[in-house]
Design a protein around this ligand. Structure first.
Ligand code: GLA
Length: 400
């Protein structure tokens, strides 16, 4: 019987490569999106974060080109871009409008040049199962997948933290987002069955066991309001926490505690922004401890507290995200919900609902509450923790 399941990003990518460029790629690589469990807007303050890599991949297929051109095709955007020779590139992103996604690829190639690799003309195809603009770090997955494929095709020894840093720089310089490193680290270093406790100051990464899907369900509920981080509001928050650190007399908010913050008597807005960061960093440590002890109810409580803080002090939630979180909270422990919060930068995107897998009906009730208030049903998907980026063995993509 023919399968009716939608083709995976792997199958779509390899198929798109053949259609666009003919034949088969030299290398295929994948990199996952992420869900941050707790620790939001603290990676760029040297804080602690607790993300998982998720079982949704961006897949990239690459081959050296023989026509002297650098071309890339996005199957999801149905967009073919011609990239400038990265060696002749003046380090400014050149593509605009519907082609702007290609700038990230140029940024990654420039990163390889800076590492001393030479980057010959290339044919690249991309397909992704990480929804765009939903707060699941789709652009970081793209950058990390491209970098993983290029490291292989160029025989450049770049992986792990160094690869993540290069992708972060590419995103900052070529997509114009002053992002932290959490998303790239999660995508590069994820471990199946585990969350990652990342100290963004030291880049120390520890694995924390994350319950399997038959024990706890992690739902991602898309609020349907999508945003681009390059629209300026993310950068505005970054500036505010830098202003708060300066006003409090510390190099970074990681160095501040709550009592000192109160004593500094900052202007109200800066005090609220800083209070979120200081408490959130504490919360990540406590949440990781709860997860280690498998106390999922306590862990969920920290998730919910994190949402309140992002809503009230950091002001990055939206009415739609609040509806999802409120609906989940009102089901509560009694109905099998451990906790809920927005994930990622906010300003739209997705909320996560963490629930007891043995209790049915949770997501239907959340969907119904959302429908009553916003007159539409939000898309929801179940995600599991997954391994970080890798080259896909040919035997696997040839049969995808
Ligand atoms: C985006 C950024 C990350 C991080 C989160 C908020 O996903 O790319 O670096 O700052 O927002 O926690």
């Amino acid at each position: 019987m023919p399968s009716t399941a939608p083709a995976t990003a792997l199958a779509r990518c390899v198929d798109a490569f053949a259609r666009r460029f003919g034949g088969t790629p030299a290398t295929v690589a994948r990199a996952p999106g992420r869900v941050n469990l707790v620790g939001e807007h603290v990676d760029y303050c040297d804080g602690l974060v607790l993300p998982i890599a998720i079982d949704r991949d961006c897949v990239v297929a690459v081959r050296r080109a023989t026509d002297g051109r650098w071309r890339a095709w996005s199957e999801d955007l149905q967009s073919l871009v011609e990239l400038p020779d990265p060696a002749a590139h003046d380090s400014s992103p050149r593509l605009v409008g519907g082609e702007a996604w290609g700038n990230l690829l140029t940024g990654v190639m420039v990163g390889f040049l800076r590492e001393g690799a030479s980057v010959p003309p290339l044919e690249i195809a991309v397909a992704s199962d990480v929804p765009i603009g939903a707060g699941l770090a789709s652009s970081s997955a793209l950058g990390v997948a491209v970098a993983t494929a290029l490291a292989d095709v160029l025989s450049a020894p770049l992986f792990g933290i160094a690869l993540a840093r290069m992708c972060q720089e590419a995103e900052q310089q070529f997509l114009g987002v002053p992002c932290g490193m959490m998303d790239h680290l999660s995508s590069a270093l994820g471990r199946e069955g585990h969350a990652m406790l990342i100290d963004c100051r030291t880049l120390d990464v520890r694995s924390v066991p994350f319950p399997p899907p038959d024990v706890a369900t992690l739902w991602v509920v898309d609020s349907g309001t999508h945003r681009a981080l390059s629209d300026g509001r993310y950068a505005e928050r970054r500036r505010e926490v830098e202003d708060a650190a300066r006003a409090a007399g510390v190099a970074s908010l990681r160095d501040l505690d709550e009592a000192t913050l109160r004593a500094r008597d900052l202007p109200d807005l800066l005090e609220r922004r800083a209070r979120h960061v200081v408490r959130e960093i504490q919360r990540v440590q406590s949440a990781a401890n709860a997860l280690r002890r498998n106390d999922l109810a306590l862990f969920g409580m920290f998730m919910s507290q994190s949402h309140q803080s992002l809503r009230d002090d950091f002001a990055v939630s939206t009415p739609e995200l609040d509806t999802i979180v409120e609906a989940a909270r009102s089901i509560g422990d009694a109905g099998g919900v451990y906790g809920a919060r927005l994930t990622g930068a906010g300003f739209g995107g997705s909320a996560i609902v963490f629930a007891d897998a043995s209790r049915p009906g949770v997501i239907e009730r959340v969907g119904a509450a959302f429908q009553r208030k916003h007159r539409r049903t939000p898309a929801a998907m179940r995600v599991a923790s997954a391994p970080g980026a890798s080259v896909v063995p040919a035997a696997r993509w040839r049969t995808a």
